[in-house]
Design a protein around this ligand. Structure first.
Ligand SMILES: [Fe+2]
Ligand SMILES: [Fe+2]
Ligand SMILES: [Fe+2]
Length: 507
């Protein structure tokens, strides 16, 4: 093979290189390019070479069909995360599900927005694009525990989805459909990261699983793969011969039964409703170190907000679907963003405690707030309660502004940044609250209903806690403060804690 001399070898992408994409070696006489012929100004805005642009690729109709399939899978993935978020006990998995819920909701949003630009109304995003694909995803929704969900999402669905995105990327005309290509690149990046997390999580949990559990997980993977194969793969292009499908779990459970009870793993105390930080942080006569620690504990507790929001989103969407007026995707996308923000606030607490050498699992993380609202209030009431709580965080001197001041007074730079972003997020959440304001007709009605529902649910919880007594709801704040910051706090005022207007709220 002749070796090119250095002088002959083109630098960068030369016109010649571009033209060799289709096998022709000659430089097209039409390529009169600007600048140095050996290193010309790249053509076509740097999007792609002439050769890449010369391959026709998918047309608009084909692209819309593919995007609708992607949308369907992303939508079902959000269903998986929403319906599993509460019942998944493993803390780190729950946090990742909150993030992945939002990422996949975003992916569905971008894909739908692109379809809307492609001249193909009506969009019918709620219509099943392929019964085989739907049967596969419905099967996955019936995963029974964390190992099965992780297997379904990160070993079967997402790797197949990633492949489908890659097939789409290759089949696209990069110039004609640059806007689709752009969103696919971002989606692929995030899907790769999610799969990597999922694989690590699964490996870690499987390494401590029994042989029986491992066999069950393998069987579930094979079960789902059979459904995926029957659908012809995610793109429906590899239809296999009629194989006998294993019996569907959807036969026994035609309407998905969701377990909304929030669960915690064995490291965490979840029944103890005693949570003095709700009062401590606001008592200005207490030392700033103690108030700061209280705020951090309140951050950590915020995982209960995703656990109240997941059922709100799911039930509201189901009701709307039944009424023949499906919710617009912006509802899911906005609410999923808030779910992730609240999980992230909880992670801020966790990260702060770890950074300060404090064992965060010593903080009881009760599920009383979310469970109370999930069982004793309607989805609209629960959402209104959330809106009312977040409105209450806005006044500068008592709300998030005060919390930020505490961090500054304490002189803790990490807490300052954490509270600063927490404050910014909460302002965004009041804006997202427009969804419940619109549903109820007015801000006034949302606030009225929210305050009423919150008061009613928390009163029921207070009564139950009084009945159950200290054995279940054991005091922990004094011992925790002593271990964490070497401070013995002043006694807590039981009367304040038992009063009606106590700020018994998360967030
Ligand atoms: Fe996604
Ligand atoms: Fe919030
Ligand atoms: Fe929050």
């Amino acid at each position: 093979m002749a070796v090119q001399s250095k002088r002959d070898r083109p630098r960068g992408r030369s016109a010649e290189q571009n033209w060799t994409g289709n096998g022709a070696a000659a430089v097209s006489p039409l390529h009169r390019r600007l600048g140095n012929p050996e290193s010309p100004v790249p053509e076509l805005g740097g999007v792609c070479s002439y050769a890449d642009a010369a391959r026709p690729g998918l047309d608009v109709t084909e692209t819309v069909a593919l995007l609708k399939r992607h949308n369907w899978v992303e939508t079902r993935l959000t269903d998986l995360f929403l319906t599993r978020l509460n019942s998944t006990p493993e803390w780190e998995v729950k946090g990742a599900f909150s993030l992945h819920l939002w990422l996949d909701a975003e992916h569905a949003k971008w894909v739908r927005e692109r379809v809307a630009e492609l001249r193909h109304p009506p969009h019918r995003f709620e219509q099943v694009p392929d019964p085989g694909l739907e049967a596969f995803l419905q099967e996955a929704l019936r995963s029974r525990d964390t190992l099965e969900v992780l297997t379904a999402v990160y070993r079967v669905i997402k790797p197949a989805l990633l492949d489908a995105y890659r097939v789409h990327q290759v089949a696209i005309n990069p110039l004609a459909d640059q806007p689709t290509r752009r969103i696919l690149r971002f989606i692929v990046l995030e899907e790769e990261e999610m799969i990597e997390w999922g694989e690590q999580a699964l490996e870690s949990l499987l390494s401590t699983a029994s042989d029986e559990e491992k066999a069950r997980v393998s069987a579930w993977e094979a079960h789902l793969r059979a459904y995926l194969a029957a659908a012809g793969g995610l793109l429906g292009t590899e239809r296999s011969s009629e194989e006998q499908l294993p019996a569907s779990r959807a036969t026994a459970e035609p309407t998905l039964q969701v377990d909304w009870i929030p669960r915690r793993d064995s490291r965490l105390e979840s029944d103890n409703n005693e949570f003095p930080p709700h009062w401590v942080y606001a008592q200005r006569e207490r030392p700033v170190k103690e108030r700061m620690l209280a705020l951090i504990c309140k951050r950590l507790l915020e995982m209960d907000v995703p656990e109240m929001m997941a059922p709100i989103i799911w039930k509201t969407r189901e009701q709307a679907k039944k009424a023949g007026k499906p919710k617009q995707w912006v509802y899911t996308a906005d609410m999923a963003r808030q779910v992730w923000d609240e999980a992230r606030h909880s992670m801020l607490g966790e990260a702060w405690l770890v950074a300060h050498g404090i064992d965060w699992t010593q903080v009881p993380l009760n599920v009383g707030f979310s469970n109370g609202l999930n069982t004793l209030a309607t989805p609209d009431e629960a959402h209104a309660a959330l809106y009312w709580i977040e409105q209450g965080l806005m006044p500068r001197t008592t709300g998030k502004g005060y919390e930020y001041d505490v961090a500054n007074e304490d002189g803790n730079p990490l807490a300052v940044v954490f509270q600063d972003f927490d404050w910014a997020d909460e302002v965004l959440h009041v804006h997202i609250g427009r969804h419940i304001v619109e549903a109820l007709g007015s801000r006034k009605e949302a606030e009225r209903l929210g305050e009423e529902a919150f008061g009613r649910v928390m009163e029921a919880r207070r009564r139950r806690q009084a009945e159950e007594g200290e054995e279940k709801h054991r005091p922990w704040w004094t011992a925790f403060c002593e271990t964490a910051i070497g401070l013995t706090p002043a006694p807590l005022n039981d009367e304040v804690m038992a009063s009606q207007d106590a700020p018994w709220k998360t967030e």
